[in-house]
Design a protein around this ligand. Structure first.
Ligand code: OAD
Length: 242
């Protein structure tokens, strides 16, 4: 059931910031991280797979795990929620900023222009030792991971690992969106990972309304003006139609 009050907040908002997490893509078939049975972190230890130390110690293991996730997201499709957000942003130019923690590229594949990718992209890779400028992609030596045949520099997934800084431009754009918004929609995130979760707290502290859309309780519920205990796709479809 859509919520008339939230619909009117959306209609009246000057600027809407949207913060999405793994639950946004759950209905596309992408596993979340922390759901008890199905979440990735229920099966794998993030310290073994999502840190630079883990990659340096076991590059093939970490590379292959990301290849498995890349293959998975290439096989799925954006869901109705991704499309509803993209269509709203297109119909209302300049009124919505989308900040996503997701690395699956599904917002972008749904046609969402200007999505702020806080945690990077699963579909791209980059050099592990970025300061080494000797390498060229043409010279890549195939492998798990591919490496530079000259200096041995490794390719790594272009995602943000635990202990790493967020891409500064993405964080600055996200903070600007928080400053500008008078309504924030927090969709499909447990709200435990910072700085992303702090963006919702910041919006609340600045006086913006906060709406959480999530079938389960989250750490951000206490700052929400409204919590919609719903799954993202159907909820967004009905909230965002004009
Ligand atoms: P989590 O796995 O922590 O949380 C997923 C949330 O989605 C949970 O609150 C679920 O209840 C909710 N959920 C599940 N199905 C849903 C649906 N159909 N509609 C709406 N919500 C649904 O994922 P994130 O909060 O995104 O970071 O995790 C944040 C970060 O932690 C990730 O970006 C990743 C991870 O470690 C990095 O890899 C750096």
């Amino acid at each position: 059931m859509s919520d008339q009050g939230v619909r009117s907040w959306i209609r009246d908002a000057r600027h809407i910031a949207v913060l999405t997490g793994a639950g946004m893509s759950a209905e596309s078939g992408v596993p979340t991280f922390r759901d008890a049975q199905t979440g990735l972190w229920a099966q794998f230890n993030p310290q073994d797979l999502a840190t630079e130390e883990a990659f340096r110690a076991h590059p093939q293991r970490v590379w292959d795990w990301y290849q498995f996730r890349r293959d998975l997201v290439r096989e799925v499709q954006p869901n109705a929620g991704h499309y509803a957000l993209a269509a709203f942003a297109q119909r209302h130019p300049g009124r919505m900023s989308l900040i996503t923690q997701n690395v699956d590229g599904l917002h972008q594949r749904a046609g969402h222009v200007g999505a702020i990718a806080l945690h990077g992209s699963l579909l791209q890779d980059r050099w592990l030792d970025a300061q080494q400028a000797c390498c060229s992609v043409e010279a890549l030596e195939d492998g798990h991971p591919p490496r530079c045949p000259v200096c041995g520099n490794l390719r790594r997934p272009a995602v943000v690992w635990f202990g790493e800084h967020l891409p500064p431009e993405a964080l600055a754009a996200a903070e600007a969106a928080v400053q500008a918004c008078d309504l924030m929609l927090v969709i499909g995130t447990s709200g435990v990972v910072y700085p992303a979760a702090g963006l919702a707290l910041g919006a609340h502290q600045r006086g913006a309304r906060v709406v959480v859309i999530n079938p389960e309780p989250t750490e951000l519920d206490p700052v929400a003006d409204r919590v919609l205990r719903e799954r993202a796709a159907q909820c967004l479809l009905s909230l965002l139609e004009d």
